[in-house]
Design a protein around this ligand. Structure first.
Ligand code: RP5
Length: 183
């Protein structure tokens, strides 16, 4: 009887192996989805970014989703607008966590179409849907998943949270100096 090798985790996979796959339905989604790439780069999470369209390249979708785990990917971030079927269909071909980013695309009815397409998944095949155009939060969530067994990423997330707090505190201080807040 052969014993299957243990699945690599975020600490055993070589650091140059992408752990997060960022995919999106169209080049028009790039302007939103680059926020996820920028944040993952800031956290030091290896990622890849490419286009996979549920409707225009359906066979590529199947191939990407079915091979994602064996290529070393651990979390998928999928963005789409309009009839945003990409995250849901990807989730149906893999048991990796899939984070969906509904996009307010030019063709959409203010993004409500994307949100509803992505959100209402059937029981058993979830997509963790973030806010409309919420690519940055998708990157934070992906990093939180990877940080479950990675102390360096936990540290990076703590520092990020501190930077958010510091920004608020700086603004409060500026308001105080300007006489607009006398807390
Ligand atoms: C979706 O349709 C894409 O994710 C995009 O948000 C939207 C519009 O695509 P384009 O017509 O701009 O390529 O599949």
């Amino acid at each position: 009887m052969t014993t299957a090798a243990p699945a690599p985790n975020s600490e055993t996979v070589p650091t140059d192996t992408p752990l997060v796959g960022i995919i999106m339905g169209s080049q028009s989604d790039l302007k939103i989805m680059t926020a996820a790439a920028e944040l993952l780069r800031q956290f030091g999470v290896p990622f890849e970014l490419t286009l996979v369209s549920a409707h225009r390249t359906p066979h590529r979708l199947v191939e990407y989703a079915e091979n994602a785990r064996k290529r070393g990917l651990r979390v998928l971030i999928a963005g789409g607008g309009g009839a945003a079927h990409l995250p849901g269909m990807v989730a149906s071909f893999t048991t990796l966590p899939v984070i969906g980013v509904p996009i307010n695309s030019a063709t959409s009815i203010h993004g409500l179409d994307s949100i509803l397409s992505m959100l209402q998944m059937p029981a058993g095949v979830p997509v963790a849907t973030v806010a409309l155009d919420g690519a940055a939060n998708a990157a934070v969530l992906a990093t939180q998943i990877l940080a479950l067994n990675n102390a360096r990423l936990q540290d990076a997330l703590e520092k990020y949270r501190t930077s958010l707090k510091d920004k608020v505190m700086r603004t409060i201080e500026e308001l105080r100096k300007g006489g607009l807040n006398d807390d």
